[in-house]
Write a protein that binds this ligand. Structure first.
Ligand SMILES: [Zn+2]
Length: 335
């Protein structure tokens, strides 16, 4: 059993994009509240969008199931107001629910949250609850920077976020930390803003009492943890200088890393530095990097190959990375 914990619906039928373009086009100020509207996408169109992409790749690469969520760069929490974000999020999540109904063996769902800069995260609780309790979703994607590159909201350890964490604990669902698009031209979305978001979130966790307050709260930091594994010595040293406990005690019961690192040397480093208990297999296909690596002849995001190649991981550790850890972290996932 191989579970890919990180996939987005990047191939959704064109009506989704058309809806969004129309919705954004209608915005005429922060007080404007557009109608939710309709998507008008058929089941056949959903099937078609997946059969030639994610499902085909699952078969080719021998993976079984993808933990699936709306397109991350499309979340665009910085666009419009709270109502814009809510309507858009509801549509995106409803579409993911339909995917999981059509292909229950292949996809399990994770929701987008209706975040909006300057709006308390309490406003996400209703949608999270709806997705988990009504639709059977098993987690959420949490944007640590809904402003899209300006970081204008409080850090993740601030009490600002606590009502949402309380709900996550109550529902027993984890969050993948995932920024969306960047509206700041200094930060390329997938090349800089994503990796910055991952690294920044980790440091916010390190300098906080968050996991003393929420011992069962779980976060997945994607894209191999950003810069974190490469700089693990720096983080261990910073924690020590601050008089904090070792990182294993401080964070590693709550923070996990995925394997969306698109070369062998990166996966080698990840698996040497981070304990196998804290690594979840992921590819983020069909995602940010879609080409073939001319050095290997294989797709950059064919991450299963890299893990298969790691000689120092035992069969038991590989099993944890490929499925066991995902089942533990996303505890609502049915076997
Ligand atoms: Zn992603």
């Amino acid at each position: 059993m191989i579970i890919d914990c990180h996939g987005h619906y990047t191939t959704a039928p064109r009506q989704l994009d058309e809806f969004r373009k129309h919705q954004i086009g209608c915005l005429c100020g922060q007080d404007h509240e557009p109608e939710k509207g309709d998507l008008n996408i058929s089941d056949d169109e959903i099937r078609e969008s997946l059969e030639t992409a994610q499902l085909k790749i699952q078969r080719e690469r021998g993976t079984d199931r993808t933990i699936f969520s709306p397109r991350a760069v499309g979340m665009g929490h910085h666009i419009g107001n709270e109502a814009t974000s809510r309507h858009w999020t509801e549509h995106c999540n409803e579409l993911i629910y339909r995917v999981s109904e059509l292909y229950p063996q292949n996809f399990v769902s994770v929701c987008q949250l209706p975040q909006s800069p300057g709006v308390r995260p309490d406003n996400c609780i209703a949608e999270l609850t709806r997705c988990v309790e009504e639709f059977g979703f098993i987690g959420c994607n949490l944007n640590p920077d809904p402003s899209g590159g300006h970081w204008s909201d409080p850090p993740l350890f601030d009490k600002w976020w606590y009502p949402l964490y309380e709900k996550m604990v109550e529902l027993d669902v984890p969050a993948m930390i995932h920024v969306s698009g960047s509206c700041n031209p200094n930060f390329h979305a997938t090349g800089a803003h994503y990796i910055n978001g991952d690294t920044t979130a980790f440091m916010q966790f390190l300098t906080s009492k968050l996991f003393q307050d929420f011992p069962t709260l779980r976060f997945v930091i994607p894209h191999g943890g950003g810069a974190v594994p490469y700089h693990w010595g720096r983080y261990r040293g910073l924690a020590q200088d601050m008089g904090l406990p070792p990182l294993s005690e401080l964070l590693l019961n709550n923070v996990y890393f995925d394997t969306c690192v698109y070369h062998q040397a990166g996966i080698d480093l990840l698996t040497k530095v981070i304990p196998a208990d804290n690594i979840l297999f992921a590819s983020e296909m069909v995602g940010a990097v879609r080409g073939v690596d001319p050095e290997t002849g294989h797709y950059f995001d064919d991450t299963r190959r890299y893990i298969d190649q790691v000689a120092w991981l035992s069969a038991d550790e590989k099993q944890k990375i490929f499925s066991g850890n995902a089942q533990k972290v996303y505890s609502r996932m049915k076997q």
